[in-house]
Design a protein. Sequence first.
Length: 130
Amino acid sequence: MDVTPLIRPDRQVIQSYGGGVFRVSGQTYPYAILVFPDRVLPWPSGDAGRMDDPDMFTDLMPFRDDIDILLWGTGARMTWLAPAVKAKLNFSGITPDIMDTGAACRTYNVLLAEGRRVVAALMPVTPERT
């Protein structure tokens, strides 16, 4: 029995990550990214790794009404959310689910297969960010 979930061909599926690079639906991204079901955007604030910057999610604000779940992949290890960042996201109506980048990639693909309105904000997994 085939239990592989059917995902529409126009959806952005995370295929791999590591060494500072992401592979999403056949494209390679050597920087932090925001993965939506229908597009991938560079995430300059994520690449800078400024975990305490309340403006690091400014790129998401135009899309906040289209986001049910925000998965925040913080690198090789989960990092706690700075209170100022949490307050700004909550004020915007976005509640992040924080985890390491590997868990965020896997969870994104599962939620995408379920048809959820999920976005993954992914910081690269690199040796210096362990």
